[in-house]
Design a protein around this ligand. Structure first.
Ligand SMILES: N[C@@H](CCC(=O)N[C@@H](CS)C(=O)NCC(=O)O)C(=O)O
Length: 236
């Protein structure tokens, strides 16, 4: 069986990395089983064999692949007889553009909404590292960076217009069935879903309706995920 190094929070079952969720959904789409090993930000030694410092890292026999996009591409190349994540080169290219839009346009504003919730759900051993590394990157404290105002949430919702306009008339970004593009965006919302109770989207927003549909896939693989705000206070 394959092994996936998967970011975990204070509780081993709290798995909230947007990039790891992409991969878990992609593996389920292909019908491949995986052992998802909990990993913390400060456990760099455990993934040193991958010659870099981030998860997801997938180990498949003697193959070691890191980076969510590279892993998805690997799965399509090696497991050709399984359902494709990208049906053709055009689908792959458009998913690649979507990945950039998600990472460049959506992740930073979303991080502003989530950052304190993320910090609170980390394992104790990760907290100081996370604060120091993120404050250095952002050039300010987590508290100054955070914005959960109603106005900011409205602005965030506006950013989603390009995908909303697609999801208004089709069930999935891929069409009538989910595939790679859906998992690329899904990871981002699952990041929020697992770490925070902020109401990111209105209930009738086509993006929210799509997200609920995504949660139910593969026998509720993502819908059953542990969420920080449902853990007991002692664990949190
Ligand atoms: N481009 C990578 C990004 C992976 C990434 O940023 N992973 C985070 C967890 S969500 C991480 O491991 N961070 C460790 C660090 O910042 O040192 C991908 O698509 O997989």
């Amino acid at each position: 069986m394959m092994t996936l190094y998967d970011l975990a929070g204070q509780d081993d079952d709290l798995r909230f990395s947007p990039y790891c969720w992409r991969v878990k959904m992609a593996l389920a789409h292909k019908g491949l089983s995986v052992d998802c090993k909990p990993w913390r930000f400060t456990e760099k030694d455990q993934i040193a064999f991958s010659n870099q410092k981030k998860v997801p890292v997938l180990v498949d026999g003697d193959q070691v692949i890191h980076d969510s996009w590279s892993i998805m591409s690997y799965l399509d190349t090696v497991y050709r007889s399984k359902p494709p994540l990208f049906v053709n080169e055009a689908a792959r290219e458009s998913a690649y553009n979507l990945k950039f839009w998600v990472e460049k346009t959506i992740h930073l504003p979303l991080l502003k909404l989530l950052i304190l919730d993320i910090f609170n759900c980390l394992h104790e051993k990760d907290k100081a590292w996370f604060r120091a590394s993120r404050e250095q990157r952002l050039g300010m404290t987590l508290e100054s960076f955070s914005d959960i105002s109603e106005g900011f949430i409205q602005d965030f919702r506006q950013l989603l217009e390009p995908v909303r306009s697609t999801l208004e008339w089709q069930d999935y970004l891929n069409g009538d069935q989910p595939a790679g593009a859906d998992y690329l965006l899904f990871g981002t919302f699952q990041w929020a879903n697992c770490t925070s109770s902020v109401q990111l989207l209105a209930e009738d927003d086509p993006v929210q309706v799509w997200f609920q549909r995504m949660l139910s896939l593969f026998n509720y693989l993502a819908g059953k995920a542990t969420k920080a705000h449902t853990l007991s206070p002692e664990v949190r």
